[in-house]
Ligand binder design. Structure first.
Ligand SMILES: Cc1ncc(COP(=O)(O)O)c(C=O)c1O
Length: 429
């Protein structure tokens, strides 16, 4: 039983873990127990040398020739093709570029334009109230531009709120607060039934849980590069469009890199065929090169069972964490706010804490080298402040889970968090 496992038992699980070698693909700082890959992934060990190669050799020596000789110009497609393998997309359907928010603007604009033609009169973008704010902000901006409305529903209400007024269903597959996974195939099918398009944000899914965009018959998807793809701070994001939609509309950020022939320098915009039209400006070469190192860490798991094997380990880690917290932190008012059904849990566990200030508890954990993060709620029972712990199976060990619970239990039972609370201003993460 997971709750009774000792640290030695956990070390034995690590020793027999078929994915254990993947940890060596990362540089983890000494003394740090990192449980925040759901926010910023750990640095791939290959990243510094790759960044130095791009800067010193490709840029420093190759200079402008490197657009061709080092393949800079096709980096968005090359990295996109690698990401495609993780999300059930096909080669040539994904590009890596820009920020998630920017890519959302592009695909939501395209979805709205398609809906205007195919379903004239529809005016509603439906989303989840606790979707990540940037998604809601971008949708608000587009709703204003197009005379649409953004309607927000609680997670369990979404299926019933889909009706013939809805033009686009825009959801994040794995909720950033609770880690709850939406049924992508089921909700997409329901959206299509009522004639709506389904657009998915995969920020907390890509590299975290198996995703199959084609099997789900999704319409559009976007996601970031810096979380489970380990692409580094501010890494380029990615964008996928179902081939049935890709060439139907210009996306609105019609920059020259999305032109059919950028180097003919035409005065008239002509979009490239395929997902390359979702590019806008000059690719971020250093960022894309480092992101490629991160994506490669996930592809290194392919011979070991790929995303299915990573998912199995991720669930084993989060099962262990939940069971150990229940057993070893009992009486401190901790409550897991994610779904009870493990199949609906992403690669993170979020805890509400009734007996202590969640922010202060996280600061005390970080002071001890256990790095998770804190997400503020609205003070209500439904949206409490949260301690978030991400379990990235590429580099997280079972002993790390055990050690994190030991630290959490000590912080709560000795009330160490009270000191951290008085230092809030000095310790913002
Ligand atoms: C679901 C989701 N969408 C979008 C973002 C951020 O978008 P961007 O990459 O543009 O900062 C986040 C950041 O955590 C997120 O969790």
């Amino acid at each position: 039983m997971a709750e009774t496992l000792t640290r030695d038992d956990c070390a034995a699980l690590d020793a027999s873990d078929p994915l254990r070698e993947l940890r060596s693909l990362f540089t983890l700082p000494e003394g740090v127990n990192y449980l925040d890959g759901n926010s910023l992934g750990v640095m791939p060990a290959a990243a510094p040398a790759r960044a130095a190669e791009v800067v010193q050799r490709e840029w420093g020596e190759g200079l402008i020739r490197s657009w061709n000789t080092a393949g800079w110009i096709t980096l968005p497609q090359r990295v996109g093709d690698k990401i495609a393998r993780l999300i059930g997309a096909r080669p040539g359907e994904v590009v890596a570029a820009d920020a998630t928010s920017v890519n959302l603007y592009k695909v939501l604009s395209a979805a709205i334009e398609i809906a205007k033609v195919d379903r004239p009169g529809r005016r509603v973008i439906l989303s989840e109230r606790s979707n990540f704010p940037t998604d809601l902000y971008i949708a608000q901006s587009l709703a204003r531009q197009h005379g649409f409305e953004l309607e927000l529903a609680a997670s369990h209400e979404i299926a019933d709120r889909l009706d013939d007024r809805v033009a686009v269903l825009m959801l994040t597959q794995v909720n950033y607060r609770t880690g709850a996974i939406h049924d992508m195939a089921g909700l997409t099918a329901r959206a299509h039934q009522v004639g709506a398009l389904a657009l998915w944000d995969l920020c907390h899914s890509a590299g975290a849980v198996p995703v199959d965009l084609h099997a789900a018959d999704a319409d559009f998807a976007i996601g970031c590069g810096y979380k489970y793809l380990n692409g580094g701070p501010g890494a380029p994001a990615f964008v996928w469009t179902h081939p049935r939609h890709t060439d139907r509309f210009w996306q609105p950020l019609s920059g020259w890199m999305g032109h059919a022939s950028p180097f003919t320098f035409d005065t008239a915009y002509r979009p490239a065929e395929g997902v390359s039209r979702y590019l806008c400006g000059t690719p971020s070469v250093i960022g894309l090169s480092v992101l490629e190192c991160g994506v490669d860490t996930l592809l290194a798991a392919e011979p070991l069972g790929g995303m299915a094997a990573l998912r199995a380990k991720s669930l084993a880690l989060s099962d262990l964490f939940i069971a150990q917290v229940e057993a070893r932190c009992a009486g401190h008012g901790l409550r897991s706010v994610g779904p009870a059904d493990r199949e609906r849990r992403g690669s993170q566990v979020s805890l509400a804490c009734a007996s202590a200030t969640a922010y202060a508890v996280m600061q005390a954990l970080i002071a001890r080298g256990v790095i998770g993060d804190f997400r503020a709620g609205d003070g209500s029972e439904a949206e409490p402040d949260l301690l978030r712990f991400g379990f990235t199976p590429l580099y997280t060990r079972f002993v790390d889970v055990h050690d994190a619970v030991t630290a959490l239990s000590e912080i709560l039972s000795t009330e160490q968090w009270r000191e951290a609370r008085f230092n809030q201003k000095a310790a913002v993460t």
